[in-house]
Ligand binder design. Structure first.
Ligand SMILES: [Fe+2]
Length: 195
């Protein structure tokens, strides 16, 4: 089967972010490409592996099914993360500001929750719109796939894995968050938010 998933070239970000270095980005692109490769590999193996090789403790087909979501989300959460980065990325739209304020009381409190969420996971923080009730909330995700409630449209992806900031900031995640906040591409995030 042909490769279904293709890595996107985000090299246009190089030299264009404030506080996220090219060395950091280059290393991160390499990891992202690895997830795309592994996702294609798992899809190919699912086609050729005996569907009878299943077992809750261990079975080859079972393992492929269980791990599929890791490179899938590893691919597409990274894609959303790189897409929602830009220098001079504009401002949060009034509509989105109103939505986060309805949830958190104010835009400042939304940012405070984002920071607290980031401190609560070694994985991802995703600002999402709940398609069931319309509320916009931050959710924490472990690894790439554990913890996201159902019914979520992802508006903004914040990579909180240490590999996203170790080169630039060591263990100082708060400094990375300062940089991330300065580099949000609001044109992208606002467009993902459909009222
Ligand atoms: Fe990452």
């Amino acid at each position: 089967m042909a490769k279904v998933h293709e890595a996107v070239d985000f090299s246009s970000l190089l030299g264009n972010l404030d506080g996220i270095s090219d060395a950091q980005l280059e290393a991160h692109f390499g990891l992202y490409n690895g997830y795309v490769k592994k996702l294609n590999e798992i899809e190919e193996k699912l086609e050729s592996t005996d569907k009878a090789s299943v077992n809750y403790s261990f079975g080859e087909y079972s393992e492929l099914k269980r791990r599929y979501v890791v490179p899938y989300n590893g691919t597409y959460l990274h894609q959303m993360y790189f897409e929602n980065l830009a220098q001079d990325g504009g401002e949060m739209s009034d509509e989105l500001g109103k939505a986060v304020s309805e949830t958190y009381g104010s835009v400042d409190e939304y940012w405070a929750d984002l920071r607290s969420s980031a401190a609560s996971t070694p994985g991802w923080v995703l600002t999402c719109k709940n398609t069931r009730d319309g509320r916009v909330m931050n959710h924490v995700v472990y690894e790439h796939h554990v913890g996201l409630p159902a019914d979520q449209e992802i508006l903004m992806a914040l990579d909180c894995w240490e590999h996203a900031f170790m080169i630039d900031y060591g263990t100082k995640k708060a400094q990375y968050l300062d940089a991330f906040v300065k580099n949000v591409d609001w044109g992208v995030v606002n467009s993902r938010f459909k009222v």
